[in-house]
Write a protein that binds this ligand. Structure first.
Ligand SMILES: NC(=O)C1=CN([C@@H]2O[C@H](COP(=O)(O)OP(=O)(O)OC[C@H]3O[C@@H](n4cnc5c(N)ncnc54)[C@H](O)[C@@H]3O)[C@@H](O)[C@H]2O)C=CC1
Ligand SMILES: CC(=O)C(=O)O
Ligand SMILES: [Mg+2]
Length: 616
């Protein structure tokens, strides 16, 4: 039965007809169905690129026009609706008379952002409001000005936005799964989401938001920001994406006392109970959207590894902090060793921080060293020196290490050391990677010690937001006398040193996750394998031209995020196809196939046409 009844259809001008979804249950009546659907008679709402997949009742009201259309962020284009559309969609009188081009609308937003907003938080709020009301314009603005706006929608400003989330709250922009009241009913709750075809989900429990600690449901800013980058960078359709929080409580005393706090004011659930809750969420997702990819984000390290271990073979998922960061840093590391002309098999790294991200990165680097030198992982791990709040991690230092640290502990009789300078002096590393989330730690002494052993050391302060970075770009360049190769988790401005300009690049998992996700989804991958992560990393490292690498630029500029993501997606999809974890057959030209399926905001002009564009 059609959701838009024939009686209603008959009252509409013919030109509106093409905007209406074909909601026929039987794809044999649907000219847009693909051959398989026509043959089987079963509508495939999960096919990559399929649009118009919101629930019929929601499409119906929005597409009939009037106020519901103006309040539908996917379809609303505000003053960009033409005179004819205004007449046909019953928008006359509901908008000011001017009909504006998307460019003019974009100019207004940019003027408001650049001239009227006084703080980055105000800019964040303006963008969030735009995202909630007009996604076409939001993504046009975000994609065209990605370099200027990523620091607002994402790190560092998103950190401040999360800290203040309950104060600046206006609209949900994602889903909240309440472990205290929805438990056992997550499927039912997920059923309230308007889309029939979710392909990408970013979920957190707010346990460790950036380097800012436990922010409970205020952590929702992170899934919202990452999903925006999945759309702007990776090319997912907004209808296919879901930012989510599982409210498992919070141990943040300030939030527990805050009258504006939006989550449950209860102590954080932990251990097995927490794992069961996350599993219930994943099961609900897999049941409703069998091909959706779940990205675990900013869970506490105490839970992060356990969640990944339990879920990675049960549903399509990955942990961005462990695996996405691993693939990202490996790419910059490989390029950095090229710049130094250090053979990978000989490279040594000091990690400052031993949480989920540091261990994820170290394991990927160690695997690469082992492959390069054709030796075992255990031997490669001897080239890694990992430091936590108690100093160098060794088997002899006398404390009980959690499993993720045990594998990183030095077992070769390395003396116990606490001071970073001493550890650098002992290890003589080619790179120092900061993932402690604890703020400045790479002092002038540490940098000078590092430079006394290595001509062009990699200095990677990767903790976010900027306030938590281990060193600033300026200090790294000055203290290393312009010798270091620098990349940071959050953006830094260029630095002048002795008449030369150093351009800091960003080593952030945003360079990997949008492409990894899109590549996996487009070929309907059944799982995310280590080889797919390695392929993503190689795609990213190969993206950087050798001249840039020689000049010490080891990551590409975020300005090319869409292009980077297309390359990463192609590498991931190819690996999934080659290793037979993909459900689709390999297309003749994989990169072209992927690029053609990446969503562009202007295409929402005509959903029916856009749908046809996606068809084979
Ligand atoms: N650039 C990027 O793409 C990414 C950056 N990160 C950043 O990494 C940081 C850490 O994340 P996780 O590993 O998940 O967190 P975590 O909280 O699990 O780990 C922090 C680690 O640092 C150690 N540490 C804390 N203070 C220290 C100190 N004063 N001295 C030495 N060690 C200290 C702790 O012992 C722990 O091992 C965060 O700031 C996060 O924003 C995380 C993922 C990706
Ligand atoms: C970038 C990121 O995932 C983090 O800082 O946690
Ligand atoms: Mg993270």
């Amino acid at each position: 039965m059609s959701a838009v009844t024939d009686a209603v259809r008959n009252t509409l001008p013919a030109s509106v007809e093409k905007f209406l979804p074909n909601t026929s249950e039987d794809p044999r009546d649907d000219p847009r169905a693909n051959p398989e659907e026509r043959k089987s008679g079963v509508k495939d709402v999960t096919r990559p690129g399929a649009i118009g997949t919101r629930k019929p009742e929601i499409q119906q009201t929005a597409k009939l026009g009037g106020i519901p259309l103006l309040y539908d962020p996917v379809l609303n284009r505000g003053t960009n609706f033409s005179v004819q559309e205004r007449r046909e969609k019953r928008l006359e009188g509901l908008l000011p008379p001017a009909v504006e081009s998307l460019e003019l609308q974009e100019d207004r937003v940019m003027q408001q952002l650049r001239e009227d907003c006084k703080t980055d938080l105000q800019r964040y709020e303006l963008l969030a409001q735009l995202q909630a009301s007009n996604e076409t314009l939001y993504y046009i603005v975000l994609m065209k000005h990605i370099k200027e706006l990523a620091p607002i929608a994402y790190t560092p400003t998103v950190g401040k936005a999360c800290q203040d989330f309950d104060r600046i709250y206006r609209q949900p922009l994602g889903m909240y799964f309440d472990a205290f009241h929805h438990r056992g009913r997550f499927s039912e709750v997920l059923g309230n989401f308007p889309s029939l075809n979710v392909q990408i989900i970013v979920v957190t429990d707010g346990g460790r938001i950036l380097g800012l600690g436990d922010l409970g449901t205020n952590g929702m800013g992170i899934p919202i920001g990452k999903i925006a980058l999945y759309i702007a960078g990776g090319g997912f359709h907004p209808e296919h994406s879901l930012p989510a929080v599982i409210d498992c409580g919070t141990d943040n005393e300030e939030l527990l006392k805050d009258r504006f706090y939006l989550g449950n004011k209860k102590k954080r659930l932990e251990g097995e109970e927490h794992l069961d809750i996350v599993e219930e969420f994943c099961t609900a997702v897999s049941k409703a959207f069998p091909h959706a990819l779940i990205q675990f984000e900013d869970f506490n390290t105490t839970q992060a590894f356990g969640i990944l271990d339990r879920m990675r073979h049960k549903c399509l998922c990955f942990n961005d902090d462990i695996q996405g960061t691993g693939a990202t840093v490996l790419a910059g590391f490989i390029n950095g060793m090229k710049a130094q002309q250090t053979a990978l098999k000989d490279a040594k790294v000091v990690f400052f921080g031993a949480g989920s991200s540091a261990v994820g990165v170290a394991m990927m680097i160690a695997q690469q060293l082992a492959d390069d030198g054709d030796y075992k992982l255990d031997k490669a791990l001897e080239q890694i020196f990992m430091v936590d709040s108690k100093g160098l991690i060794t088997t002899t230092r006398g404390d009980k290490l959690p499993p993720h640290k045990q594998q990183m502990a030095r077992k070769d009789g390395t003396p116990d050391m606490k001071e970073l300078k001493e550890i650098v002096n002992y290890a003589k590393p080619h790179a120092i990677v900061g993932l402690a989330g604890a703020g400045p730690a790479f002092t002038q002494e540490v940098v000078e010690e590092l430079c006394s052993h290595c001509e062009r050391p990699l200095i990677f302060p990767l903790s976010n937001p900027t306030s938590q970075a281990e060193i600033t770009a300026e200090n790294a360049v000055n203290w290393s006398k312009g010798k270091c190769i620098f990349a940071a988790g959050s953006p830094f401005d260029p630095v002048e040193y002795e008449g030369k300009t150093f351009v800091p690049t960003q080593a952030n998992n945003v360079l990997i996750f949008p492409g990894l996700g899109f590549g996996a989804c487009i070929v309907k991958a059944k799982t995310i394998t280590d080889k797919m992560l390695r392929a993503a990393s190689k795609g990213l490292s190969d993206y950087v031209p050798i001249e840039d690498i020689k000049a010490g630029i080891v990551y590409p500029d975020l300005i090319n995020l869409r292009d980077i993501s297309a390359v990463v997606a192609t590498a991931v999809a190819k690996e999934a196809l080659d290793s037979d974890v993909a459900e689709i057959k390999a297309p003749a030209d994989l990169e072209k196939y992927i690029r053609e399926r990446m969503w562009e905001p202007s295409r929402t002009f005509d959903p029916a046409q856009s749908q046809q564009d996606y068809e084979e």
